[in-house]
Design a protein around this ligand. Sequence first.
Ligand code: HDE
Length: 718
Amino acid sequence: MARVISSGLEKAQKALNGGSSGSGKKIDQLASVTKDVHDDSHRITSDFGTKQTNTDDWLRVATEDKIGPSLLEDAFGREKIHRFDHERIPERVVHARGAGAFGTFRLHESAEDVTSAGILTDTSRETPLFTRFSTVLGSRGSADTVRDVRGFAVKFYTDEGNWDLVGNDIPVFFIQDAMKFPDVVHAAKPEPHNEVPQAQSAHNNFWDFSYLHPESTHMLMWTQSDRGIPRSYRMMQGFGVNTYTLINKNGERSFVKFHFTPDLGVHSFVWDEALKLGGQDPDFHRKDLHEAIDNGSFPKWQFGIQVIPESREDDFEFDILDATKVWPEEEVPIRYIGEMELNRNVDEYFTQTEQAAFCTSHIVPGIGFSDDPLLQGRNFSYFDTQLSRLGINWQELPINKPVCPVMNHNRDGQGRHTITKGTVNYWPNRFSAVKPAKPEEGGYVDFSEKVAGMKVRMRSKKFREHYSQAQLFYNSLSPPEKAHLTGALCFELDHCDDPTVYNRMVERLCDIDLELAQAVAESVRAPIPKKATTPNHGRKAKNLSQLEFMPKVPTIETRRVAIIIADGYDPIAYNGIKAALKAAKALPFTIAPRRTPIYAAGEDKSTGKGVTPDHHLEGMRSTMFDSVFVPGGATSIETLRKNGRALHWVREAFGHLKAIGATGEAVAFVKDACALPGVSFSESSDVVDSYGVVTASKVEASGFKEAIKMGKGAKGFV
Ligand code: HDE
């Protein structure tokens, strides 16, 4: 019998996607080339379609007693090995490790005053999309939780063609000119002589490059802040980074930056947690995204634009085409006009997430480029790199194929799928077959612009100021965020063993903040600076600290909560908290010393069913959860007190600033486990004390849930 795969979810998603219209278009297009291994009517065939009876034994000369030579004649055997030999394709030269999902874009407010793009003006549309998140430096098999920038690439399958917005979770970049890209990537990737370290910027070459490129200073502040270690792909902002343009139907042009702001707020790991997860669960982010979508908790982002009319291009102290600068929101407010939701997991990683190919040059009418020198180079690079990964006909691959008609006189090449009928393949032709579109038919019209100047290799003056916004970002952080940033710099420079590198980097920090430079210098053994090189201007701006992105309606939905029990636990507290968490759509997991059933206080083991834990204490670690709850029960707590791993769970969760809840006998256990010099907890029951620890003599889940919602950062990490 054919297995039915998550049919309920499929149906719900189809309804949500609007069947074959709207955002369902892409899903239906993909369905036409999708086969299901669980369809029981399938039989193994060769690639040329012949059914096969044996795919386990090579055709050979053999008897029951003696094995003889394998025969070259075995076409099936050769085909199987030959296909396997060629399974790998080159990984992306950067952003090799990623995870993707399908979704929908809905527009709330038309932006027709600034653009004619259908996707940004037609509020009745639902546009299907595919989003791929990634790390930058690591190989395809590297860990998710490393300190790095995260890619945030969205392919909108619009009615006018694909629009690829290939962004990051950080709004600025290391360099200003695309020509520097090979240098920054070479310097940041593993060093050439020994291919070490994997997926980390903590090495001599990266920091050597950083010092030698003052333009990277602003970006470094972001990567060393908590933004470099997001808790989840679902809890990151997305930024188009580069300056694009919008053109309205009157032909007027504006400059634009694109933003995605997550409904769940912006949250991060603490560094120790991220480091440990790199080994304990290298797929943490990938699984987190998949799990949330599978559970029907579809992540959403508000989509916004910052717009500057052409006439105001030169009104700012920075160049608005410089990708190492943000447009402060005080000066250019964000206008939120739409929403992106991710609501469907991929069916197959390789053909969808791996073969997805994004190009900044993919734009649609109403959207244009600017002279941003980073963007101009990117427009060449993405197109070019797809050739080494996917071959010339990569745009025909199902994941990359537009949902609108594609027709032109480009032909042939390796792996061509489309069959184009007719006697001509050039334009113009005597039949007037396949002709260019008129603007009124939706044809892309390049913006006419007068350009004059000297042909030179240089950047203009405003591009040469590098520290003002680095200071702005640093100044805008809360004290715990500053402490985390300082700690990150100390960690990274401790991994550099060349004094030239760390001494110089401390010099560079004197361009940002003297106290920061002094703290890092002391920690890494660099000469302690006495004077700022560039005095800190003291200004701050809004929405740079991630603490400003607490969700409008805080939620614990999809937060992973470990409930630790042993035999003799208090069933009322256990069941109460579990029900309360489930009702709030959090994900409770029962953790115990073993995975076989655990019995409640007073439960008769011979007749009782017990609770079957999801995991045992050795199988998982506190790092894999957002929060820990320990119900009371005298015998249970007695057992847990003697279990070093249980103590470590609670103490580690506390060190990682997680909400911890306890009832009854567990209150004293939690307090003892977290006992640190100078730490005291409030005694009032069911109150979140300033460390996020909630203790209560009876089950009142509200305080605990509030503590989970608060996330990290209230007290800083010691
Ligand atoms: Fe990329 N970048 N990049 N990049 N980038 C690639 O394209 C490049 C830059 C970003 O999920 C490559 O298909 C140049 C900024 C993302 O498939 C490559 C420059 C931003 C992804 C490339 C930049 C990004 C890439 C490698 C300097 C944020 C992953 C594989 C001018 C706005 C897309 C590929 C995915 C991938 C070139 C700088 C984001 C080599 C030359 C700035 C999210 O073409």
